[in-house]
Design a protein around this ligand. Structure first.
Ligand code: SUG
Length: 444
């Protein structure tokens, strides 16, 4: 049976903006109040997806969500027409509206955690949408995310779905961004590594920024996916990394198959972690690429997003390839490191620098923008909807975005009912293009 990994990229939404909503995310804070260009953002994202397609990768997309989130407005006591609710909310609390207008669903690495079927006892791929409880603007994502995932991966013989974890910040879960799966090949049994920032019931006095993922949330997900305990590891992210702005582990580490590329300061005791991984997956020929702080200071790793790259196995290439944000090539230490690494005959043999600056300014690099799903050919045939890109779908999406998206969104635009109407019109058409049915509130 043939297996492959499909990257599902989040489509940047029509309300993409810089509201500075994510405390602990250095780029989000730094760029607060900037004027965003959603049209450029969506096209940059599609261009990245096209780049992977050109390499021979299978590439999917996940749609943006409807913003403002009308259900939340209603649940907070706003009444009347959609425009009435938005206007009243804007008058009463612009900060609330900024949260409900966010296009943060583009970072699909936070959409869900999934355990591919070779790792689960019932031989199905299990999905749990992330509750994203740590940040208000993201805590409203999981219901729609669940609907989308259930359309593309229908519950049945191949796929199983769980609701997002209840429990608010105590069970804070940020999805695949804090999860790595190691294996020899995608269809082989894997080892799951869950990285958390704090324990649910302790005050993490060593953290200045929020530890968004809790140990207990990671344990609950592994439990409900039925993962074997001898193949599952839980490790705490180094508090120093969180305090330096690595609000998700994928800001300081990325893996693919048997290769783990990470910063020396990503974990408190990387040598112990290596040993745990080798013991959990003795048949996996692990290759660890540990980047020393002496070569790449943690602050450069965080500002350039060296590790928020996609590490991929390109069909026909012996070595793995990194898809990096262009900022890595503009930062002296990270550029020098990548050059040295490529010349060193290690497991990573090529690097491509891509421009996703609209997303990067909110702390979202190439790896944040994608959810990886390992599928067999049989599972690929069992998928629903129209999420996997071909030339026609790519052209349609580019045309759709160019027609519907503004090239300028400032903070004051977020309370404007016209922007809301444009967003809903764009998404209404998108649900038809992607064959999603009526998944959004405004379509009910
Ligand atoms: O959750 N930024 C996102 C970035 C998510 C990146 N994802 C991964 N590392 N996998 C976040 O902090 C900023 C929104 C704003 O400030 O307007 C934001 O939500």
């Amino acid at each position: 049976m043939m297996w492959r990994e499909i990257n599902f990229d989040g489509i940047v939404g029509p309300t993409h903006n810089y509201a500075g909503l994510s405390y602990g995310n250095v780029a989000s804070a730094k760029n607060e109040g900037m004027i965003a260009n959603p049209r450029e953002g969506v096209l940059q994202g599609l261009q990245k997806a096209q780049h992977l397609r050109n390499l021979g990768m299978t590439q999917g997309v996940l749609p943006p969500h409807d913003r403002p989130h009308l259900r939340t407005l209603r649940s907070l006591g706003f009444t009347g027409s959609d425009a009435d609710m938005l206007t009243a909310a804007w008058t009463s609390s612009p900060a609330l509206v900024r949260n409900l207008m966010s296009s943060a669903t583009m970072w699909t690495a936070n959409a869900a955690t999934l355990s591919p079927s070779p790792d689960t006892p019932d031989g199905r791929t299990h999905f749990t949408p992330a509750n994203l409880a740590a940040m208000y603007h993201r805590s409203i994502e999981h219901e729609t995310t669940g609907k989308i995932l259930q359309t593309y991966f229908p519950e049945g013989d191949h796929f199983a779905h769980h609701p997002a974890l209840p429990g608010g910040v105590h069970m804070g879960d940020e999805g695949a961004a804090n999860h790595n799966r190691f294996c020899t090949d995608y269809g082989d049994a894997g080892v799951a590594l869950y990285v958390y920032g704090r324990s649910a019931f302790d005050v993490a006095k060593d953290l200045t920024f929020p530890g968004r993922q809790t140990l207990e949330a990671s344990e609950a997900i592994a439990r409900q996916h039925g993962l074997p305990s001898n193949r599952t590891i839980f490790v705490r992210q180094n508090p120093a990394a969180i305090n330096a702005g690595a609000f998700h582990n994928d800001v300081v580490a990325v893996s693919n198959k048997n290769v783990f590329f990470y910063h020396e300061d990503a974990f408190e005791d990387p040598a112990a972690l290596q040993k745990m991984l080798q013991e959990a997956g003795p048949e996996i020929d692990f290759e660890f690429v540990e980047v020393p702080a002496a070569k790449v200071p943690l602050c450069d790793a965080v500002s350039s997003y060296l590790f928020n790259s996609q590490l991929i196995s390109v069909p026909g290439e012996d070595k793995m390839r990194l898809i990096l944000p262009v900022e890595v090539s503009e930062t002296a230490s990270t550029k020098a490191y990548v050059d040295e690494m490529l010349a060193s005959n290690g497991p990573i043999g090529a690097a491509d620098y891509l421009d996703v600056r609209q997303s990067m300014r909110n702390g979202g690099g190439p790896a944040c923008l994608r959810l990886r799903v390992a599928v067999s050919d049989e599972q690929r045939s069992a998928m629903g909807g129209n999420a996997v890109l071909d030339d026609a779908l790519m052209a349609r999406l580019q045309g759709w975005a160019t027609t519907h998206y503004r090239d300028r969104v400032a903070m004051d635009d977020l309370g404007d009912p016209k922007l809301m109407e444009e967003c809903f019109a764009a998404l209404d058409e998108l649900t038809q293009i992607l064959q999603l049915g009526s998944i959004y509130d405004f379509q009910q």
